[in-house]
Design a protein around this ligand. Structure first.
Ligand code: DGL
Length: 259
């Protein structure tokens, strides 16, 4: 870690986590960020939990070696499939003074605080198969009705920079599949994959406006502000120089997507 202080690492399988980074930088613009897109291995959502764990660990390690004291998994699939194991088995042995935070817990805390009786979740296959949203939401709000829909193929289109009309057409199929699963539309829909949040506006145009579109990036950013208030030992080590560095494991990100 440099003497000048440490950066906040933000990680995703590709460009999706930029939706989280952008919301974080709105609230905490003064810090230095390193964004890592493991786009050589995207999509994570079609992989097994074990594969996602191994890849996430490798990426977090790169961010630690670059001097991050804190890494946010800006990826629902990695948060659902790898976070707990990283925190319980790997960090205490290899990096006891560093932190890895996911995005499921703040999201679940907020959706169960809001007065929703029902919630639709659009996410990757891996996130849905992990059962993490269902398990954690039911613990806090046992009566909440959940309607989950996996959206295979959508991340690939977003990642490869397909035209918005093409992404919207595919997204519309999944939104309609989700809505058909219940006689009553849910009170809110959560875009439980950060790639979908990256294309938030397209989903907003597809989802009837009687259904609230839950804003995961904003909730995650607010929760990080709170976390840093409660963890002065981390906050004091952060470098107060507004900057952003992007690392990719595959294709370079286009300049216009960063920001
Ligand atoms: N953006 C990630 C998520 O939130 C991963 C998408 C993927 O690589 O399948 O789930």
């Amino acid at each position: 870690m440099s003497k000048a202080g440490s950066s906040i690492g933000v990680f995703d399988s590709g460009i999706g986590g930029l939706s989280i980074l952008s919301a974080i930088r709105k609230l905490l613009p003064q810090y230095s960020y390193i964004y890592l897109a493991d786009n050589a291995n995207t999509p994570y959502g079609d992989k097994t939990a074990e594969e996602i764990y191994v890849l996430t660990k490798k990426s977090v390690e790169i961010l630690f070696e670059k001097g991050c004291i804190l890494v946010i998994l800006a990826c629902n699939s990695a948060s659902a499939c790898a976070l707990r194991r990283l925190q319980q088995e790997w960090l205490p042995i290899h990096y006891p003074d560093r932190k890895v935070l996911g995005i499921l817990v703040p999201t679940i805390e907020q959706v169960t605080t809001d007065t929703y009786k029902s919630l639709g979740i659009l996410a990757t296959k891996a996130t849905i198969a992990s059962g993490a949203y269902e398990r954690e939401i039911k613990k806090r709000a046992p009566d909440m009705k959940l309607i989950e829909q996996a959206c295979p193929g959508l991340v690939d289109l977003i990642e490869e920079g397909a035209p918005d009309e093409e992404i919207k057409e595919k997204a519309a199929v999944f939104v309609s599949m989700l809505l058909k699963k219940s006689d009553h539309p849910p009170d809110a829909i959560l875009l439980g994959c950060t790639h979908y949040s990256f294309k938030h506006q397209l989903f907003a145009e597809l989802i009837p406006n009687t259904i609230q579109l839950f804003d995961q990036p904003k909730v995650v950013a607010e929760s990080l502000v709170n976390y840093l208030k409660r963890h002065q030992e981390i906050k004091q080590k952060l470098r107060d120089v507004a900057s952003i560095e992007c690392i990719v494991t595959g294709k370079k990100l286009k300049k216009e997507v960063i920001n």
